[in-house]
Design a protein around this ligand. Sequence first.
Ligand SMILES: Cc1ncc(COP(=O)(O)O)c(C=O)c1O
Length: 371
Amino acid sequence: MHAGEAPHTPGTPVVSPLYQSTSYVLEPGKSDDLLYPRYGNTPNADVVQKRLAALEKAESCVLTSSGMGATACALLALLRPGDHLLASRWIYGGTHKLLTDEFATLGIDVTLVDPLESRGWRKRMRKETRAVFLESPVNPTCRVVDLRPVSYLTQEIGLALVVDSTFASPINFRPLEHGADVVIHSATKYLNGHHDVLGGAVLGTAPYIEEVRQKMIVWGQAPDPFACWLLERGLKTLDVRVQRQNENAMRIAQWSTQRKEVKAIHYPGLPSHPDHEVATLQMDGFGGMLGLELSGGGRAADRFIRKLRLIRHAPSLGGVDSLISEPRHSSHTHLTQEERTKVGIPDGFLRISVGIEDADDLIADMEQALH
Ligand SMILES: Cc1ncc(COP(=O)(O)O)c(C=O)c1O
């Protein structure tokens, strides 16, 4: 709650002031203390960067204007034309597009790896490989990637291991404690937690984050001071929100195992989940995201969504309000139906971002919609 804030001396405000200023008075003859929001060094960004670094146990952090901005700047700081990136096949649709379409135009080669393939990472390694990118838990399948074998490899060869930890939040998972070098967040999700800010964050060593900051500056990816101010406020309740979301998601997951209309429930907290053991070892909580497949397939999914009253049909995730979406129409529209099925997202797959409402109310809503 308090990392990075001003000392508690009499007269200082309890809530950080919003510095909605693009210009700061500069001492004549000096340039090293030039403050400018696009440089990520003004007070509202500074406090959040310090707080997130404390939460992830990272040396340093830089905020960006979106999660996509964070992924792009984080990887552009590591890769040059001619370099090769190994990336998990299980990634957010927008990231997939960035890696497969955009990076090719920059001369950066990307190979997608199925995390389940035995020794898959090692087999696809080349002498030009510079980094490994993965997401865990995975959007929207809620698969959990075991960091141990991947980090042994990246440490042995000296590659950067970059982990998008958006689905977990630092309350449930801190990748740097498990051999990762870089952590990425879409701060739009759990970190802010109120569906009203777009932002991103990259965390790692101080020299590396300085390189990411240079990319952020020239590619124009800095967040606005008001976004940082809202993010600081959101972070104050991160722990209590995420604990409640973990509990609510577990309740819904357990309830759905009793329902005959539910064909499959994807939640790492259930012993039946293929990654339950890895999640138990690697994470402090199983998260607030669930995947749900109804016996009636795509048509049943559409009808179910229309009947919900409390849980709203909307994209994005990680906030206090429960939301439901169909990845084929939202986060994974960039993939073909065949590609989606290959990564575990058949038509009719529903993604639920569980909020902080009363769990009984959420279950009652789902029950009446199924009925
Ligand atoms: C796992 C993951 N990473 C990155 C992003 C991109 O974040 P943003 O929408 O803030 O750019 C998303 C967005 O849904 C996501 O789910």
